[in-house]
Design a protein around this ligand. Structure first.
Ligand SMILES: N[C@@H](CCC(=O)N[C@@H](CS)C(=O)NCC(=O)O)C(=O)O
Length: 289
């Protein structure tokens, strides 16, 4: 099956993150179309995904699927080898409940705590509604982890659609420093440390775009996930002639641990700069050099 996916800003678009994780986390090949929200380019992009009016939207053959819940079900049905839902019927039923509730609820948290993967606001004061949502999320997480989570750090042990759905909520706990139990904190940290999530966030940094209205004036701290390795933009020449991602000749450079590494375009350099350890191909090049 050949899939196309329309998404928006990686730092701010929580539903896009969820849609992208459904592909990235289950290793399903997809061709990505991306546009910034609230600009004409967004509407233009969606012309190719009619009748979608929001992101994410996906397409296969001539069929457009316009909502993350429908995308998840369609992908799970078309890729049975990927085990996107838990295998055991009772676990699968609970996973579906959690995903449906995530999809239809948590309005206060979504409204008051917009996703912002650039920021950490340690002093944010949550409203009662946000606190209620946060508590409900933790109740659901604890229920799944207690019953089915023994095999790994995710809600049902192995990563499932339910984790992709809760990833944006986990980032809101992180950005706004929402109160949480140790169990909730461990689950949130699993998301922040997840390689695919880190790649998404690093690509968001490389997009280098501040969405008006998504920041607050509150004091900021360092991102509460794994700290990036220290790398700096640099001039060439580099120790590698070919980009670790594309194999093409290098044009853009960074310095890490006293050595200069090259990439075939500024975006690939910048996404690596934002979080070098998130990129296995770059870390393999470092290990070889
Ligand atoms: N129910 C939809 C929600 C999609 C949604 O709200 N997308 C936002 C991005 S996070 C959007 O497209 N915003 C652009 C706009 O409102 O113009 C889904 O699950 O896919």
């Amino acid at each position: 099956m050949i899939y196309e996916l329309a998404i928006a800003d990686k730092i701010y678009s929580s539903w896009s993150l969820r849609g992208w994780l459904l592909f990235a986390r289950f290793d399903i090949p997809v061709s990505i179309h991306s546009a910034r929200m609230y600009l004409p380019e967004f509407t233009e992009m969606l012309q190719g995904f009619r009748p979608a009016r929001l992101v994410p939207a996906m397409k296969f053959d001539d069929t457009v699927v316009t909502d993350t819940l429908a995308m998840a079900e369609t992908l799970a049905e078309q890729n049975p080898d990927k085990n996107m839902w838990p295998n055991a019927p009772k676990a699968r039923a609970m996973a579906r409940s959690l995903v449906a509730e995530m999809h239809s609820s948590f309005g206060d948290m979504r409204n008051d705590c917009t996703m912002n993967l650039r920021r950490y606001y340690p002093d944010f004061q949550p409203s009662d509604g946000v606190l209620k949502d946060a508590k409900r999320a933790e109740t659901l997480w604890a229920m799944a982890r207690d019953a089915f989570g023994a095999g790994g750090p995710w809600l049902f042990g192995e990563y499932s659609i339910a984790d992709a759905f809760f990833a944006p909520l986990a980032t809101r706990f992180a950005t706004y420093n929402l109160p949480r139990t140790p169990l909730g904190d461990a689950y949130i940290q699993s998301h922040l440390a997840d390689e695919k999530f880190r790649q998404w966030r690093a690509m968001g940094y490389a997009q280098n775009y501040l969405q008006p209205g998504y920041d607050t004036d509150l004091p900021q701290g360092d991102w509460p996930g794994p700290a990036p390795l220290d790398a700096q933009a640099s001039d060439g020449p580099s120790i590698n002639a070919q980009c670790p991602y594309s194999g093409e000749n290098v044009t853009d450079f960074l310095k890490y641990n006293g050595r200069v590494y090259g990439f075939c375009n500024p975006f690939c350099r910048d996404k690596t700069l934002a979080d070098p350890a998130a990129w296995p191909k770059f870390m393999a090049l470092v290990a070889r050099s």
